[in-house]
Design a protein around this ligand. Structure first.
Ligand SMILES: C[S@@+](CC[C@H](N)C(=O)[O-])C[C@H]1O[C@@H](n2cnc3c(N)ncnc32)[C@H](O)[C@@H]1O
Length: 256
């Protein structure tokens, strides 16, 4: 076992062992341990998950309780649907983070947030959410084929380890006639927490099984959510920068 990192109240450290690692958060002199599973076939870099966790822990310190009031507008108006669209449906949010991205969707039949750090994020969430969290990697989703009516990914596709495998899994778990909503940062360079750059032509990777309902390309403005809210259309003929945000709505063909 390897041990690294320092522990003091509110901080995290890691104990690495075979088949996973333990994330320890020391809170008010209590030391809590959480096992984060890794999948050997994807060689998940542990440093990525330390960064992801520490980012959100820092946000919690800055904001106090993490807010999630922005998500209803993002998942509805920004994707040209209303809240009733989600009524009685099963929703899966890939790479959901710890804010409670689906807390607003209290009319859904099932609302699942999937994130490999879901158990670690519980130190941040502390039981304050009603949505369900599943600690899966998007490369291996533990739900049967065609289980969900709607699968979403907001600012998470470039964070995964194997984009091609994740796209296959997203296609698999959506039922025929079901929807995929994607908001993705477009960036050519890999970063420690964003090892899978996403291209403007992402929709093409879905076209064998999905109809593309609409595609919007936005200029980058202070993050994925804000870029969509700002609504400035990216000019492909005169690119100021290669960074932008892609918003996609896809529907699974009935014969798939
Ligand atoms: C930038 S956060 C986005 C959180 C949330 N969707 C939002 O917009 O507020 C990216 C999330 O992707 C998750 N992630 C990283 N690798 C992943 C993987 N292989 N499968 C699923 N989620 C992953 C991270 O743990 C992190 O919580």
């Amino acid at each position: 076992m390897v041990f690294f990192g320092h522990c003091w109240p509110g901080m995290a450290c890691l104990v690495i062992g075979s088949g996973g690692f333990l994330c320890a958060t020391v809170m008010k002199k209590r030391c809590l341990f959480m096992k984060i599973r890794t999948t050997p076939e994807y060689k998940n870099p542990i440093s990525k998950y330390v960064h992801e966790y520490m980012y959100w822990k820092k946000q919690q310190v800055i904001e106090g309780r993490l807010s999630n009031s922005q998500y209803e507008n993002l998942f509805t108006e920004r994707f040209s649907v209303d809240k009733d669209f989600y009524s009685g449906k099963r929703i899966l949010d890939i790479g959901c983070g710890p804010r409670g991205s689906l807390e607003w969707a209290d009319n859904a039949a099932q609302r699942v947030g999937l994130d490999p750090l879901a158990e670690a994020y519980e130190f941040i969430i502390q039981g304050s959410h009603e949505m369900e969290y599943v600690p899966d990697f998007a490369e291996k989703i533990s739900f049967e084929n065609d289980h969900f009516d709607i699968v979403t990914s907001i600012n998470s596709l470039d964070h995964v380890d194997d984009l091609g495998v994740v796209i296959g899994e997203m296609k698999r778990v959506v039922k025929p006639g079901g929807h995929i909503f994607i908001a993705a940062e477009i960036c050519k360079d890999k970063k420690p927490c964003e090892p899978s750059p996403v291209n403007w032509d992402l929709a093409e990777l879905f076209e064998d099984e999905f109809e593309v309902m609409d595609t919007f390309c936005f200029s980058f403005y202070k993050g994925v959510n804000r870029s969509i809210q700002q609504g400035e259309i990216y000019d492909h003929d005169n690119p100021q920068t290669e960074t932008g945000v892609l918003r996609l709505r896809l529907v699974k063909k009935q014969d798939c």
